[in-house]
Design a protein around this ligand. Sequence first.
Ligand SMILES: Nc1ncnc2c1ncn2[C@@H]1O[C@H](COP(=O)(O)OP(=O)(O)OP(=O)(O)O)[C@@H](O)[C@H]1O
Ligand SMILES: [Mg+2]
Length: 495
Amino acid sequence: MAENKLLEFRHISKSFPGVKALEDINVDLYKGEVHILVGENGAGKSTLMKVLSGAYEATTGELYVEGKKIEKNSPRISEELGISMIYQELNLVPELSIASNIYLGHELRKGPFVDTAAQEKRANEILSEIGVQIDSRTLVKHLSIGAQQMVEIAKALSRNAKVIVFDEPTSSLTDSEIEELFNIIRLLKKRSVGMFYISHRLEELFVIGDRVTVLRDGRQIKTDVISNMTMDSVIESIAGRKIENLFPHTRKQAGEPMLEICGLTGEKFSNVSMMVRAGEIVGVSGLVGAGRSEVARAAFGVDPYTAGEVRVCGQRLPGNSPARANRLGMCLLPEDRKVEGLALALSIRENIVISSLKAMNPSGIVGQKKEREVVQQSIRDLGIATSSMEKLAKFLSGGTQQKVVVAKWLLSQSKVFIFDEPTRGIDVGAKSSIYQLMDDLVGQGAAILMISSDLTEILGMSDRIYVMSGGSVVGEVDSADANQNDILQMAFSNV
Ligand SMILES: Nc1ncnc2c1ncn2[C@@H]1O[C@H](COP(=O)(O)OP(=O)(O)OP(=O)(O)O)[C@@H](O)[C@H]1O
Ligand SMILES: [Mg+2]
């Protein structure tokens, strides 16, 4: 076994000012193993992988690669040791070809010149080895997110990677892209590549994982083979408590229509009509690319539309004015929170109160004490992992940043909410709190339109479900009569 060991973290700890991000972590990785890392947002998963990539230096502890202690790691050294990282935010240059991206920094040369032809030939070979049929001369900007990820994998293989780290690789992939990724991972296993795989989509553990390590608050709670675990035991280890009922939503008495989208037509969708009443949670299901987010953005006034109208609480919204929509009591939790929802240079407190200040006191003056109380409450409700509410958003883990945006909108005192993928990248404990808060909101008479690619979430939380495909609404079902298969079939009907 020992000769099959690729690497080992021994007693690794890492501190940041005010946070112990990792404490005494002991994890190893074998050839051909898929080792899954799970844990709440801010548990330390990405930090551990950054210690491996040399982006962070461990405060104490040792890292061994193939039995050899690494004295001083750095991004350069870890790359030379055959360790490759594939982050969720892909790091490709859009204006360059696939081949140039793969060989960026490691160009194949003929004398002093870059041997473009050789690069393209070799890149095509690597791509076809992993079953990707795209010409390596294609510019990266023309590729889907899934295809870009394949290019990142090809890049790792071009450097003879022995270890590949995937940090939340599937959060923006379509189902078929996920299937493709899993096939490549199976292929890499056969070639003895060892992989760390981070995900909040727990069902994936059982499909692709060999062993699982659970982190909580920077500590290693458990490492075991997947066959010794069940979904419930994983959830309990992650959250540190049993979660009896992930979906607390109960059907409320539906009231007046609060959000009416009538015949909305825009660049990527046509003649879309949806309605949500007070007290209702209405799901919008469909494949990635079905036009769901585009409809949400147009309805809220971020993007233009060419025909149709939107009414909020009976009042017609003029297009193109999110501010106006906001004043009428509507808000949109956007899909891409990092870009649209969060001010990275502001603190957690400032981010959360930005849009709720006016609601707390229309005169605009809110007591500091009240403000701090409200922020503290959200931090507790959502389990926001931070040492202080004054911590700047840019220093938070990916999922914690998302929680801050969710907290901000939950506090905004809006009446009509559009949530676009509200729990993507969010840990299972916080998911259950967000669901509880959504249920409370509709209990108080709000209306929620929830776009989600997670069918269990759609079925578990919605009263009714619209299914979109190819830019149109292709079906509407009551969730009491719906099942995953019917919804999937509709989702594919117009692609
Ligand atoms: N550069 C930094 N400066 C200060 N604190 C940091 C820094 N990087 C990470 N942290 C803190 O370290 C802790 C662990 O963060 P990490 O990003 O490893 O979490 P994670 O498990 O990857 O979470 P997520 O699931 O949300 O991605 C968090 O409390 C985070 O705020
Ligand atoms: Mg992370």
